[in-house]
Ligand binder design. Structure first.
Ligand code: ACO
Length: 335
């Protein structure tokens, strides 16, 4: 059995910065409200026609990760692509990334686990590397979600939070079982599926049905979120799943070099930080600048933390996420 480790990281965010003041012009909200409740100060939005899409942004991040890993795209044996905003209903964005990267016949798997998508993707890649089936795996988290948000006052509880962007990592095998991904922990609870969801169009709400009815009250094509319910579950599940990882690895919370929580809401991250008694240096947040980029949030944050020198050989890194599904998980990495 091998271990898997990350050898290259990259990120890409669209150039277009949307500040809270910009949103004040579109809906009844205020920068103070957004910062106090979520921590978000600005986010990036794709501008229609700027060439950015879920697959293209993912590939931009992937190319940086590949260069830093000193690998060519053709060295990749498998692509794992996490997104909840795929370019098409089908096929998945992973196959589009494979084509854009020009890796002939390379298998590509889409992961649809929303805010937990990247944690699930790393765990999946880890299993394929552990067994020896693949050596080099490209793991991408990318989201172009702002094009589908309700930017009126009606959708303000969601639209102020989310942003677009992508992050990617290259994983490879190591024979040193003391380094790399030491454990991963995944969970779901489908009974709360509709508390944070986008119901239609889907096989329960086919497009012709929506069009035929043409019901102005039907806004099932916009995401729906029961914010307080999600918040309450998030803080509990983040805590549980980090504890699960600490127990498995035998690490104490003092030993955590860097916790990278999925950037859902700064208040959730601060709650978790306090719960584990972590210092500001032990937790990485960048939701202030990017909002919640769903499956892209952890790889963007991990890349920035690495670029800032906060992740060094020997650092104990914890990735943790919670989101729609509900889904949640953690990954413990000895860098
Ligand atoms: N600007 C101004 N007022 C607003 C806004 C806004 N953008 N959004 C909602 N409000 C109003 C509401 O209408 C409500 O008004 P009322 O009291 O007159 O009815 C008031 O603010 C309070 O609304 P709440 O929903 O109770 O506000 P809360 O403090 O819960 O904050 C928030 C809302 C930020 C959404 C919070 O619940 C939250 O962060 N929840 C967790 C969401 C999350 O983490 N999602 C991540 C997972 S995402 C994923 O997996 C895809």
């Amino acid at each position: 059995m091998y271990n898997s480790k990350i050898i290259g990281l990259g990120k890409y965010v669209p150039e277009n910065i949307v500040t809270n003041s910009d949103l004040e012009k579109l809906m009844d909200t205020s920068s103070d409200w957004i910062i106090e409740r979520t921590g978000v100060e600005e986010r990036r939005h794709v501008v229609k026609g700027d060439g950015n899409g879920t697959a293209t942004m993912g590939v931009k991040a992937a190319k940086i990760a590949l260069e830093r890993a000193s690998l060519k795209a053709q060295d990749i044996d498998f692509i794992v692509f996490a997104t909840m905003s795929p370019d098409y209903y089908f096929p998945g964005s992973g196959v589009l990334a494979q084509e854009l990267l020009d890796i002939p016949d390379c298998p590509a798997l889409d992961i649809r686990m929303q805010c937990s998508g990247f944690v699930y993707a790393i765990s999946t890649a880890d299993q394929f590397i552990k067994t020896g089936m693949y050596k080099n795996i490209l793991v991408i988290g990318s989201e172009y979600q702002t094009g589908g948000l309700d930017m009126s006052t009606r959708g303000r509880n969601i639209s102020v939070i989310f942003g677009d962007g992508a992050g990617a990592v290259v994983m490879t095998r190591t024979e040193n079982n003391q380094e790399g991904v030491l454990s991963s922990h995944l969970h779901t609870q489908g009974k709360h599926a509709e508390e944070l969801s986008l119901i239609g169009p889907s096989t329960r709400r086919w497009v012709p049905e929506i069009i035929t009815k043409n019901d102005p009250e039907d806004i099932s094509y916009y995401p729906n979120m029961n914010g307080q319910f999600v918040f309450k579950h998030a803080v509990v599940r983040f805590t549980e799943v980090i504890n699960e990882g600490l127990k498995k690895t035998g690490w104490s919370s003092d030993e955590i070099g860097l916790l990278i929580p999925h950037q859902a809401n700064l208040r959730i991250a601060q709650f978790v930080q306090k719960k584990f008694g972590l210092s500001d240096d032990q937790v990485y947040n960048n939701i202030q600048r990017y909002g919640n980029t769903t499956a892209a949030s952890i790889p963007i944050a991990l890349t920035e933390a690495w670029e800032e020198g906060k992740v060094q050989p020997g650092t104990k890194v914890v990735l943790a996420a919670f989101g729609s599904g509900f889904t949640w998980g953690s990954v413990m990495i000895q860098w």
